[in-house]
Design a protein around this ligand. Structure first.
Ligand code: COA
Length: 260
C-alpha cells in the first residue's frame, strides 16, 4: 500500500510513523485511519521493528482531531459506524499491538488526536503540546475511546472536567495528570523518544509483548488480569528469550535476545 497521508520510516529497530497532513493539522480522515492501520500492522509484523513511534508532521500539531469536514452531515447510523470502524481499525488495534508504541505528542492533540495518543502504550509531549477532548463543543462526545481511556489515565473527575469543559491542558498539566510521562523541548522530542526506545530494545521483545497483554487485560471487561498475568508469566518460561535472559544473568554477560 502506498501512502498519501502518512510517512513510515524504519531505522535501528524503530519504525517512526508520521501523520503528514500539516495543512489540516494532521486531522484524521478515513484514508489516514486506513493508512495508519496498514502501517501499524506492517511495523508490528516486522521482526526488525522493536518499537513504534507515532508523531505528527509540522511544528503545530500531533493531530487536531477527527476530520470534522468528513462527518458534519452524518446521521445516527453513520455516526455509530464511524466510531465503531475507527475503534476497530486504529484505536483498539494500536492499544493491543504486541510491539510497544510511543506517542510523540508534538503539538495539539485534540479529540481523535488525544484518543490516538491515549491508545498508544505511553506518551511523551513537547513543551508546546496542548491536549483536550473538545467534542462536546461540537455537539458530540468522544467516539474513539476517549470516554474510557481518559478516566483510566487521569482519573474520573479530571476526565469529566476535561470532557465537559471541552478545554485543553498544556504539557505540564498533562504531566501532572499522568497523561504524559515526560515533557521535552520540541527540537529534542523524537531523540528523547528514541532514547527511551533504546532502553526498551535492550529487553526481551517477547516478554514485553506478554507484559503489554497482561497490563491491557486489567482494562478489559470480563477478563481477570491476574489470570492473564499468570498464563503469560508461565508462557515466558517456554521462550528462547527466557533461556537467554536467565543464562546471560548467571554467566554475568549481557543478554542477546533472539526476540520476536
Ligand atoms: N478537522 C478538519 N479540519 C481541521 C481540523 C479538524 N479536526 N482541525 C484543524 N483543521 C483544519 C482547519 O479547518 C484549517 O483548514 P483550512 O486552512 O483549510 O481552513 C487548518 O486545519 C488549520 O486550522 P486552523 O483552525 O486555521 O488553525 P488555528 O491555529 O487557528 O487553530 C485549533 C488550531 C487546533 C485550535 C483549531 O484548528 C481547532 O479547534 N481544530 C478542531 C479541534 C477539534 O474540535 N477536534 C475534535 C474533532 S472531533
Amino acid at each position: 500500500m502506498s501512502y498519501n497521508n502518512i510517512l513510515s520510516d524504519y531505522q535501528n529497530g524503530i519504525t517512526t510513523i508520521t501523520i503528514n497532513r500539516p495543512k489540516k493539522l494532521n486531522a484524521l480522515n478515513k484514508d489516514t485511519i486506513q493508512e495508519l492501520h496498514d502501517a501499524f500492522d506492517k511495523a508490528n509484523n516486522d521482526s526488525d521493528t522493536k518499537v513504534i513511534i507515532i508523531t505528527g508532521s509540522g511544528e503545530k500539531a500531533f493531530v487536531a482531531g477527527a476530520d470534522i469536514s468528513e462527518f458534519a452531515d452524518f446521521n445516527v447510523e453513520e455516526g455509530g459506524k464511524l466510531a465503531a470502524q475507527g475503534q476497530t481499525l486504529l484505536f483498539d488495534f494500536v492499544e493491543n499491538l504486541s510491539t510497544p508504541v510511543i506517542a510523540a505528542v508534538n503539538g495539539f492533540a485534540l479529540g481523535g488526536g488525544l484518543e490516538l495518543a491515549m491508545a498508544c502504550h505511553f506518551r511523551i509531549a513537547s513543551t508546546n503540546a496542548r491536549m483536550g477532548l473538545p467534542e462536546t463543543s461540537l455537539g458530540v462526545i468522544p467516539g474513539y475511546g476517549g470516554t474510557q481511556r481518559l478516566p483510566q489515565l487521569v482519573g474520573k473527575g479530571r476526565a469529566m472536567e476535561m470532557i465537559m469543559t471541552a478545554g485543553m491542558v498544556d504539557a505540564n498539566q498533562a504531566l501532572s495528570y499522568g497523561l504524559v510521562n515526560h515533557v521535552v523541548e520540541q527540537e529534542g522530542l523524537l531523540e528523547f523518544c528514541k532514547s527511551i526506545a533504546s532502553k526498551i530494545m535492550r529487553n526481551s521483545s517477547v516478554a514485553i509483548s506478554e507484559a503489554i497483554k497482561a497490563v491491557n487485560a486489567n482494562y478489559k471487561d470480563g477478563i481477570n488480569g491476574f489470570e492473564v498475568e499468570i498464563r503469560a508469566f508461565g508462557d515466558c518460561f517456554g521462550t528462547e528469550d527466557f533461556t537467554e535472559g536467565t543464562t546471560a544473568f548467571l554467566e554475568k554477560r549481557k543478554a542477546d535476545f533472539p526476540g520476536k
